[in-house]
Design a protein around this ligand. Structure first.
Ligand code: AHG
Ligand code: MN
Ligand code: MN
Ligand code: MN
Length: 334
């Protein structure tokens, strides 16, 4: 008889036994994120058959065309956390303002920021997609949270992670005690531990960047990418280019095998494209917890003092050694 599956719920219970100080609330939140993942995966697996591909015709606060699946994923997160008592406020890429869940205040002590569907350009061509989440604690429990309560540095996250809708559905998260990956077993409808205590290699052999933007990059960034492509077998170069259009999928590959993902600042758009609160911060926490590094090219992502909920930042993330080399080029020190 095979080993009994170590499901997400059992793993969380085991983790709590090892760390009595941990409260159960965050674990209930993680289980709810898992349920969201199952529902979104169920939609995605048959998206071409139930008229949920394509766009809604709307434009979101980012100035992006909203895909039907963006909206469906966002609604799934909203409905999962309304009334549950756990989360008192939500911030989403797809919603201009923070959403207060008054029925959950003040007992709800968590605030959830999320990118409901990451990699939206991939929806109609069956390429990988993800969801990203960041969990903050609402410390002023004598009053409902305001938007400024969401503007916490990444180092203040109590949990972070992502769902990856790839060849299998995975949930990868950290609560500050290592990074653990679970694979959804559709046969039993449970997430089963498949990658315990993920450690990212010190250096990798892969880089992920949209080189179609090369002409917009500052020279240091251009030089770094050329450096990665210059053969030097002793240094393991050239690196292979792997770019899927889904940040979660590209970072997941790098988390497991090493390397570097870049969505850098551009000459005319130094803040870059990716959003701090629900993309860079949560992935930054995951990658740092696995022994990697997440930087704007000049400073640590998790140290940034947020000013706005949809604030953008340049993101260089991955293996410690690779990100440090990228920083040296970007800062003109290479
Ligand atoms: P989202 O779909 O949540 O808006 O995020 C898209 C992000 C990220 O997932 C991806 O790596 C990057 O944008 C792709 O941008 P380009 O199409 O400009 O390369
Ligand atoms: Mn995204
Ligand atoms: Mn998105
Ligand atoms: Mn988007």
């Amino acid at each position: 008889m095979g080993q009994f599956p170590l499901t997400l719920s059992r793993f969380i219970i085991r983790s709590q036994a090892e760390r009595p100080s941990a409260t159960g609330e965050c674990s209930s939140l993680l289980n709810q994120i898992g349920l969201v993942g199952k529902i979104i995966a169920h939609d995605l697996r048959r998206a071409g058959l139930i008229n949920i591909l394509g766009t809604t015709g709307e434009t979101n606060v980012q100035g992006e065309t909203v895909k039907k699946l963006d909206e469906i994923a966002n609604d799934t997160f909203l409905r999962a956390f309304q009334g549950g008592g756990l989360v008192c406020a939500l911030g989403s890429e797809e919603m201009e303002q923070m959403v207060l869940l008054p029925e959950n205040c003040p007992q709800g002590t968590y605030m959830l920021l999320f990118d409901p569907l990451d990699g939206s350009s991939n929806t109609d061509c069956n390429m990988p997609l993800g969801s990203i989440f960041s969990v903050l604690k609402h410390t002023q429990t004598d009053r409902p949270p305001t938007e400024s309560d969401l503007l916490k540095k990444g180092i203040e996250q109590v949990a972070a992670g992502y769902l990856l809708f790839g060849s299998s559905t995975m949930l990868v998260y950290t609560t500050g005690h290592g990074v653990h990956g679970f694979t959804l077993d559709p046969g039993i409808g449970e997430y089963v531990l498949s990658h315990e205590r993920i450690q990212i290699p010190q250096r990798g052999k892969v880089y992920a960047a949209n080189e179609g933007n090369r002409h917009k990059w500052p020279s240091g960034t251009q030089q770094y990418i050329e450096f990665l492509k210059t053969p030097d077998s002793a240094a393991g170069r050239p690196y292979s280019g792997r770019y899927s259009g889904c940040l979660v999928a590209d970072v997941h590959r790098i988390l497991l095998g090493g390397g570097v993902y870049l969505y850098p600042g551009e000459v005319d758009k130094p803040e870059g494209k990716l959003r701090l609160l629900y993309e860079a911060n949560p992935l930054g926490m995951v990658v740092e917890q696995a022994g990697g590094r997440a930087s704007t090219g000049t400073m640590r992502i998790l140290d940034i003092e947020p000013k706005k909920i949809h604030q953008r930042v340049p993101l260089i993330i991955g293996s410690q050694g690779d990100v440090e080399t990228a920083e040296a080029f970007i800062q003109g020190r290479a």
